[in-house]
Design a protein around this ligand. Structure first.
Ligand code: FAD
Ligand code: NAG
Ligand code: NAG
Ligand code: NAG
Ligand code: NAG
Length: 605
């Protein structure tokens, strides 16, 4: 009996080998299915950035690429595919289930930090907003890294390579809602909302009535991220378009030079030699579970770490790469002393502001009535039409603070430039129960999600232990600077000013709801913010880029790990400053440029 059980994995591996050698299916579901232990490139993390890099590098049929993903396949998961249902994914099998440590700026509350545990990573579970960042943002990155290759003029070609504008799900005329001339030709599908909500035209007319800071902006992705406009989302044909669906479609997955290894974690980068640049880390230790036998795989050329803003610094730290003293305190032998690994974690603070409204047209009742919900779901399943073709929130504003804002009393303007905002608000036509407050049993509501996007608070990711299967400690320190809290108060006021415009008063007559109703002074607004803020899920900066010769930072401007050889980091960790917008598009852009840098370093096609 014992023998039988032991023989099974071998039998299974042999069977898989036969299957794989007779077909081109290259998706492996456990390390036991690996038939070779050496590739040209190993990409750790099949998420947003990792999928792009693996896809681009394997365009050259001469190179062998292994993509290692901790989670499973993205295919056939309804809640992942239907844009509106993305909000149901936190705390499910496709989520890492990270938790922030108690937040001193949030009355010591903690919150759940969702990250995609699935092919496509967080692009498979996010809320789909597509923002490429202002031109100022990229020019600032060029300055911060001393590399003009990051300036907007130089990265624009990569942006155009990432994505393309496609028709909205309902095929409506989108003239005046988006500018097709600023969009590209790449695989990620981007569209404006495909199911019209009453709040859409109200937002547009209110912005035209108020003008000034609220002025209508036909397309933020023209490079000017200030004003009010329509949401652009990674949706095509009413379905989510992710790094997995766009960059790893079946055609790419069946390339014979690309292996995609699912359900497998990199537990450590292993030192495989020495060079004049420092230790070489071209070997990766992998395992499927804590009790699994560890297996080593090696890269002849490079290991690309794309595990995301939490797992990338965790993996580096587990490998002895990071602040030497911190490593010793968890019994890890330091190999490369890089004090910035895990530091400078930046994120966007997000706050739901609820208003009760006088209309019964919001989607609140849909969520309360299983029959209506079912009919809406059927409509999506049958026709890819209806409410579920969009993520909640069809319109948004990006605002600069007034010049006399108290936020500037002791802080120089942190935004990248005049085309970059300080705050954001998203208009949701219903009660978005994303924070601590559940949807009330009756009534109609709108939610204005306010956010601080030119973040000045920063925190860190540190190890809880030396066990790679333990989650790290995550502390974004949200709302811990006077700038950030003042900016949040201002955006709460801006939301209420916006709702005073006549188009809102005619149709919805919004009235602050719950604790917001009594948050009438700045001090009470601050208290409301500290009690209800959580994350916009944009963590970044934990392996930040710096100029090539700088003695700070984690990677150089070509994304090569400092003080070592054979490793690049390509994901949100490398941001030298946080974009003043939703961050997935900048990650795709970084991944496209990184792929080009790697291809040219090795003379690949
Ligand atoms: C709920 C939510 C909503 C969001 N909404 C938006 C939005 O509307 N618009 C927007 O622009 N951005 C949004 N974001 C942010 C955006 O999606 C992420 O910033 C981005 O996708 C991160 O890309 P990445 O490549 O850095 O990491 P990820 O895409 O998270 O990829 C990391 C990958 O590495 C894998 N991995 C981790 N550790 C290991 C390991 N040890 N071994 C192997 N694999 C490993 C993970 O499973 C994952 O697949 C949202 C994020 C979330 C979670
Ligand atoms: C996240 O939590 C859910 C609910 O408890 C669980 O089903 C899922 O497996 C967890 N995810 C991971 C990666 O462990
Ligand atoms: C938060 O925790 C810290 C440290 O334990 C404590 O000093 C502080 O008073 C707490 N703040 C609140 C609002 O409870
Ligand atoms: C909204 O109210 C109107 C007028 O009372 C009513 O006719 C309509 O059926 C209501 N709609 C919903 C969705 O409840
Ligand atoms: C909707 O309800 C019907 C009848 O109860 C059921 O057969 C169907 O499976 C449901 N559809 C969905 C998408 O849940």
């Amino acid at each position: 009996m014992k023998l039988m059980i032991n023989a099974q994995p071998w039998l299974y591996a042999a069977l898989c080998f036969l299957l794989h050698s007779s077909s081109n299916a290259k998706v492996l579901s456990s390390p036991a299915e690996l038939t070779v232990r050496e590739y040209d490139f190993i990409v750790v993390g099949g998420g947003t950035a990792g999928s792009v890099v693996a896809s681009r590098l394997s365009e050259d049929p001469q190179v062998a690429v292994l993509l290692i993903e901790a989670g499973g396949s993205h295919e056939g998961l309804l809640n992942l595919e239907a844009p509106f249902l993305g909000v149901t994914l936190p705390n499910t099998a496709v989520d890492w289930n990270y938790t922030a440590v108690p937040q001193v700026g949030l009355n010591n509350r903690t919150f759940h930090y969702t990250r995609g545990y699935v092919l496509g990573g967080s692009s498979s579970v996010n809320l789909l907003t597509w923002n490429r960042g202002s031109n100022d943002l990229w020019d600032r990155w060029a300055t911060l890294t001393g590399d003009d290759g990051w300036s907007w003029n130089q990265v624009e070609k990569y942006y155009l390579k990432t994505s393309r504008l496609v028709p909205s799900a309902d095929g409506h005329d989108t003239i005046g809602q988006v500018d097709p001339s600023v969009h590209g030709y790449g695989p990620v599908q981007v569209s404006v909302p495909g199911f019209e909500l009453p709040t859409d035209s109200i937002t547009e007319t209110a912005s035209r009535e108020l003008g000034g800071r609220f002025a209508f902006n036909v397309d933020f992705n023209s490079g000017n991220f200030v004003g009010t406009g329509y949401m652009q989302s990674t949706v095509g044909g009413g379905e989510r378009s992710s790094a997995a669906t766009a960059y790893l479609p079946p055609l790419v997955q069946s390339r014979t030079n690309l292996d995609i290894l699912l359900n497998t974690r990199a537990t450590k980068l292993v030192k495989s030699g020495s060079s004049k640049l420092g230790p070489i880390f071209q070997t990766v230790e992998i395992a499927s579970s804590p009790t699994d036998k560890r297996i080593l795989v090696s890269a002849k050329k490079e290991v690309i770490v794309s595990a995301g803003a939490f797992a990338t610094p965790q993996l580096l730290l587990l490998s002895g790469i990071g602040p030497a003293n911190d490593l010793k305190s968890v019994s890890i032998t330091p190999i490369v002393d890089l004090p910035d690994v895990g530091q400078y974690l930046l994120d966007h603070a997000l706050l739901p502001n609820y208003f009760s409204v006088s209309t019964n047209g919001t989607w609140d009742d849909l969520l309360r009535n299983p029959a209506v919900f079912n009919a809406t779901l059927e409509e999506w399943i049958e026709n890819r039409q209806g409410l579920f073709v969009d993520s909640p929130g069809n319109t948004l504003s990006y605002l600069r603070l007034p010049e006399n804002s108290p936020a500037f009393n002791d802080t120089p303007d942190p935004a990248s430039g005049p085309l970059s905002p300080h705050t954001e608000f998203i208009v949701v036509d219903g009660f978005a129960a994303f924070g601590p407050v559940p949807q009330p049993a009756t009534g109609n509501y709108i939610t204005i999600l306010t956010a601080v996007v030119s973040t000045t608070s920063s925190g860190a990711v540190t190890l809880a232990s030396s066990d790679p299967f333990d989650l790290p400690l995550i502390d974004p320190r949200l709302l811990t600077t006077s700038f950030d809290i003042e900016a949040m108060i201002q955006t709460m006021k801006d939301a209420q000013t916006f709702l005073q415009a006549s188009p809102w008063q005619k149709a919805y007559r919004p009235v602050p709801f719950g604790d917001l109703a009594t948050a009438t002074t700045d001090e009470l607004k601050a208290q409301y913010a500290r009690q209800n803020t959580f994350t916009e899920s944009h963590p970044s900066g934990t392996a930040r880029m710096s100029p090539d010769q700088a003695d700070w930072g984690v990677v150089d401007s070509k994304l090569r790990l400092k003080g070592a050889q054979g490793v690049r980091v390509v994901d949100a960790s490398v941001f030298p400053a946080i974009p003043e917008c939703h961050i997935q598009a900048p990650i795709y852009v970084i991944a496209e440029r990184a792929s080009d840098l790697i291809k040219s370093a090795y003379g690949l096609l």
